[in-house]
Design a protein around this ligand. Structure first.
Ligand SMILES: [Zn+2]
Length: 160
């Protein structure tokens, strides 16, 4: 019984301790980055791919590369663009048209995230993630195959 009381009092003490901690103001060390919740799983995937390649990128640290917003805008506001990255605004915007195709959405989001990390377009026409112009017979379904997709990710992450 004594032992139980001791454990109980310890529990109470610990709970009180937690309460005290919770009452302390949370220190604001960095600015929150606003991410459209629908994009969160894909951004987590991007971060995981980065970490797997030894790049210590965390979602919470995307603001350290100057990003403040990653969001989706209606087609009417995107003026024909699938996506863009604005360094000045710290913004990635994606065309809501992309919600029709998960592979396109992933590719364009990753493309813009690579821009935010400082990677430029590839000069030539090609299937690479950073090629703005794709070959005529290109389909995003090509990226469904991990044997295709993984080396394409390697190519861009290796530039970081
Ligand atoms: Zn681009």
């Amino acid at each position: 019984m004594k032992k139980l009381l001791f454990i109980l009092s310890l529990f109470v003490a610990l709970s009180c301790n937690n309460e005290v901690k919770l009452q302390q103001p949370v220190k604001e060390t960095k600015q929150e980055i606003a991410i459209d919740p629908f994009l969160y799983p894909l951004i987590k995937e991007f971060v995981r791919e980065a970490v797997e390649r030894g790049k210590g990128l965390e979602i919470t640290r995307l603001d350290s590369i100057g990003l403040k917003t990653i969001h989706v805008l209606p087609d009417s506001e995107m003026m024909g663009n699938l996506g863009y990255y604005s360094k000045e605004k710290g913004e990635i915007a994606l065309n809501d048209f992309l919600y029709n195709d998960w592979l396109m959405l992933r590719t364009v989001l990753f493309h813009e995230l690579f821009h935010a990390l400082g990677i430029e377009h590839c000069d030539e026409l090609g299937v690479h993630i950073m090629c703005a112009v794709k070959p005529r017979n290109f389909t995003y379904a090509y990226y469904l195959d991990p044997e295709v997709w993984e080396p394409l990710l390697d190519r861009e992450f290796n530039k970081l």
